[in-house]
Design a protein around this ligand. Structure first.
Ligand SMILES: *Cc1c(COP(=O)(O)O)cnc(C)c1O
Length: 391
């Protein structure tokens, strides 16, 4: 039976599981060995070769989830991103990037690329023409992230895949925000799909990992560099990640629902100035998102009206934690201008539309009513503080 034909939750639960032949246990056995006897000469199993039994098994699950031929598991999302980019770039090459990128990816590019002689250009806008006009004869990679962090802007997957194919360029996407539950870029012709598995795949805020899914040929090329850079993931964490992914489909579905309802709630709220969520018809990328996503995701961002203090609001929340990271089953908020995008200049943040009052909201799986109660009590306190200050 064709594994890719199975439904999402069946893949999450079963694909790539290892059989416990000895005891018939329900879950994959965990093979912690870093040394394996030479049973056949072709296969030298070793953790840094990304080919221990648990690494290979989880690779099959993630490949199936992303409709890819193969996948590799890394020690972090950044290990997956840096290794994938560097596998296709050398001195003298050029890469076209989406302007709005994950902060760590921006840092990798701005802090490391120059000394490797790799040139790069950011597309000015989100239209395909904005990307296409930056393509040069030496452009090798076009790199995108959709929905983007933190404004949830949507990039046209079909359009990017098409210009990449026309110009003979590799297309790469950071698919972390969508997760494989909501978006499968390979179906639209994107070549390489990268995840910070620290986020929705892990989902419980207790794993740091990354993954890359692509054709066998591209995965072999990435593996060629990966084994030299050495960013593999320990088998224990691989095993935990396999367990986490079993519930990813149902977790993300609840997170989608919570985010949609929360976005609608905030959108009409008198204390809220703006809401960015692709599931809202008012979002500029709504129709595009509808055409390429199966769900709009669990992330949104919003701005309070100017007279309310956004930092105080976040500190006053009780159930919802102001914290780093995202995509866990617990709801979290943060200020991009003070965290993920703190290294950008004020000018760069303005250019990207990231105001100081912007709050990024990662919806968990809690009951929506409890989240709303928490927001209301925090707003109440922030409003009262303001009144006291005005006296
Ligand atoms: C967190 C994140 C990363 C980096 O992943 P790590 O696992 O922290 O290395 C990359 N891209 C996006 C969109 C992320 O949210």
């Amino acid at each position: 039976m064709d594994k890719a034909k199975k439904g999402l939750n069946t893949i999450c639960t079963h694909t790539g599981s290892l059989k416990d032949k000895e005891f018939k246990g329900a879950v994959s056995p965990l093979y912690m060995s870093s040394s394996y006897a030479f049973e056949d000469v072709d296969k030298k199993r070793y953790p840094r070769y990304f080919n221990t039994p648990n690494q290979e098994a989880l690779g099959k699950k993630i490949a199936a989830l992303e409709h890819a031929e193969a996948a590799l598991i890394f020690g972090s999302g950044m290990a997956a991103i840096s290794t994938s980019l560097m596998a296709f770039l050398k001195s003298g090459d050029h890469v076209v990037l989406q302007r709005e990128l994950y902060g760590g990816t921006s840092n990798l590019i701005s802090e490391e690329f120059e000394r490797f002689g790799i040139a790069y250009t950011f597309a000015e806008g989100m239209q395909i023409s904005d990307f296409e006009k930056e393509i040069r004869p030496n452009t090798k990679v076009i790199y995108i992230e959709t929905p983007s962090n933190p404004l949830l802007a949507i990039t046209d997957l079909r359009g990017i895949a098409q210009i990449a194919q026309e110009h003979g360029i590799i297309s790469m996407i950071d698919n972390t925000f969508a997760s494989p539950v909501n978006q499968n870029p390979i179906d639209f012709g994107i070549d390489i799909v990268i995840h910070s598995a620290t986020k929705y795949m892990g989902g419980h805020s207790d794993i740091c990992a990354g993954a890359v899914a692509a054709s066998t040929a591209y995965i072999e090329r990435i593996f060629g560099l990966a084994k030299n850079l050495g960013g593999s993931l320990s088998d224990y964490t691989v095993w935990l990640l396999e367990r986490s992914i079993k519930t990813m489909g149902i977790r993300v579905k609840v997170q989608n629902e919570n985010a949609q309802k929360m976005a609608e709630y905030l959108y009409t709220h008198k204390d809220v100035k703006a809401v960015y969520y692709p599931g809202l018809p008012s979002h500029p990328g709504h129709n595009l998102a509808k055409s390429q996503m199966k769900g709009f995701g669990g992330m949104l961002s919003f701005e309070l009206i100017e007279t309310l203090d956004a930092s105080r609001f976040q500190k006053t929340l009780q159930l919802i934690k102001a914290s780093m990271s995202l995509a866990g089953i617990e709801s979290t908020v943060l200020s991009p201008s003070k965290t993920s995008h703190a290294l950008l200049s004020e000018e760069e943040r303005k250019q990207q539309g990231i105001n100081d009052g912007l709050i990024r909201f990662s919806l968990g799986i809690e009951e929506l009513d409890d989240l709303i109660t928490d927001i209301e009590q925090a707003l109440e306190q922030v409003r009262n503080k303001k009144q006291i200050a005005n006296l």
